[in-house]
Design a protein around this ligand. Structure first.
Ligand code: SER
Length: 317
């Protein structure tokens, strides 16, 4: 029988769907969901749940010992837009939570860690198209600086202490089950809700701001398949580039208008425009494809059809 997995930040946008999927693969009782707040009913009821602050080492250690946890997925973080408003809180949450799990692994209390990085590790001087796995980074946001530092620490703990930590650089993630919170790519989720609810969306990025994006099912699939890959296949313990689709606000609006012709969009860029302008437009993920057979299934057309049909159904329920 496999030993339990602990998810820190299980009630967030990624954590929620990761918890559902891991429970469906390994059984509800083997997946311990945790967060600083309670999540939705289906998440709370389908397996164990613990109220847990990812910056509290002793509290995490207690849960790990209690359930005999073997793997931790650390999904708690403050995202790019919020982090610009609260730089010190973002740094403390994003870094201390990572050190907690890295040190628990170093002390032999857990065997394996998943920690997400982001396209935010790249900066204004990074090549924008097909951004390579290894390239000039120089992130210019609080969030990006924390993620790049985190990558360096992950590699350090792997090389120095043999800690099996694995990571991907998520692009903007699109899902209908849980809302994102405080990111620059959040517009790509809000726009679908607006299309269903009001038929109109005021976008906080300019019409031609192209960013790398991914449908949540692909992101969850990538995460689990990276974690299930044999250790010898993992060539970087810093973080893998992960690509899928890239589009601008006007392109996502056009794809929605194929389903809802009367849908309207206007543009009113705010401080998030500068964050978006510092990030890549598209990602070269050939190393992930080569090392652990990564390949995405959702393009913009399929994403739009899936988002609209599920949000419509949710509104009717
Ligand atoms: N979706 C994240 C953000 O916008 C990027 O990793 O902050």
């Amino acid at each position: 029988m496999r030993k339990p997995i602990l998810i820190l930040g299980a009630c967030g946008q990624i954590g929620t769907e990761l918890t559902y999927e891991l429970r469906s693969i390994f059984g509800g009782e083997n997946i311990i969901a945790s967060d600083i707040r309670e999540g939705n009913e289906s998440l709370m009821q389908a397996g164990p749940f613990e109220l847990l602050d990812a910056t509290n080492y002793e509290a995490i250690e207690d849960v790990i010992m209690h359930y005999e946890v073997e793997e931790v997925y650390l999904m708690a973080a403050m995202l790019s837009a919020t982090a610009e408003k609260f730089p010190m809180r973002a740094w403390n949450l994003n870094m201390n939570s990572l050190f907690n799990v890295l040190n628990l692994a170093k002390e032999g209390k857990i065997e394996k860690i998943f920690w997400p990085s982001s396209i935010a590790v790249f900066g204004p001087n990074t090549p924008k198209e097909s951004t390579p796995q290894s390239t000039l980074m120089e992130p210019s946001t609080v969030y990006g600086i924390s993620k790049q530092s985190g990558e360096r620490w992950c590699e350090y703990y792997f090389k120095k202490f043999g800690v099996d930590v694995r990571s991907v650089r998520y692009p903007g993630l699109i899902s209908w089950k849980t809302m994102p919170g405080g990111g620059t790519t959040d517009y790509a989720v809000e726009i679908y809700h607006a299309a269903i609810n009001s038929g109109f969306y005021k976008c906080f990025l300019k019409e031609d701001t192209k960013l790398p994006m991914m449908y949540m099912d692909d992101a969850v699939k990538a995460t689990i398949s990276l974690m299930l890959s044999p250790r010898k296949n993992i060539k970087t313990h810093a973080s893998y580039n992960l690509g899928s689709m890239s589009f601008s606000p006007q392109e996502i609006a056009a794809s929605i208008q194929k389903h809802i012709p009367e849908f309207e969009i206007s543009y009113s860029p705010d401080f998030r425009q500068q964050i978006a302008d510092s990030w890549p437009k598209s990602i070269d993920d050939s190393q992930a494809r080569q090392d652990w057979n990564w390949s995405p299934e959702f393009d913009l057309k399929k994403t739009t059809a899936t988002m609209l049909s599920n949000l419509r159904r949710k509104v009717r329920e």
